[in-house]
Ligand binder design. Sequence first.
Ligand code: FNR
Length: 183
Amino acid sequence: TPYNVVIIVGSLRKESFTLKVANALAKLAPDTLKPNVVTLNDISFFNQDLEASPPADWLAFREKLQKSNAVLFVTPEYNRSIPGVLKNAIDVGSRPYGKSSFLGKPVGIVSNSPGPLGGVSAAKHLQNILPGICGPILGQPETYLTGIGDAFDEKGELVKESLKPVLKQYIDAFAAFVDKQNR
Ligand code: FNR
């Protein structure tokens, strides 16, 4: 049976390049993975006051993570870091203390930007945030996608040929990593 992989999309934007990258990775994934692209639109603000009786949207998100065998973060960069919505979702998933829903899950990180730096600072921030609450993070191939603005057509199909092998190489390496970590 394939490994369930939650692919977390770090942007809420309808025409988000990050969402399109996530969908492209899901499409290119080998059959050893069963990808589930998850957007964060429905996740309410984390507030410690609500922890005693958590909102249904937190519980639903945590359950999705708990049922997964791995988590892949696809993120844009906002002001040299990750968007607030993504940090909020990580905070929601990390609680209650000691019972992170990411616990033990192998993790992948792919950043992207229309600009020349590929969101590398956002990816680096994720590498700082995650180790205390999840399993091992795939180190290579490092994947920071630059110039993402012309990679997709109106239907969201990947049309930038040079990007296909990059995404394929990443998702194949991630699949091998997930297999190794779940054995
Ligand atoms: C940006 N953008 C941006 N890009 C980048 O490469 N480095 C950065 O630090 C920032 N900072 C930033 C802050 C804010 C508040 C916004 C709204 C945008 C540009 C960003 O890469 C661009 O808007 C992407 O299209 C966002 O990703 P999605 O929504 O297309 O997935």
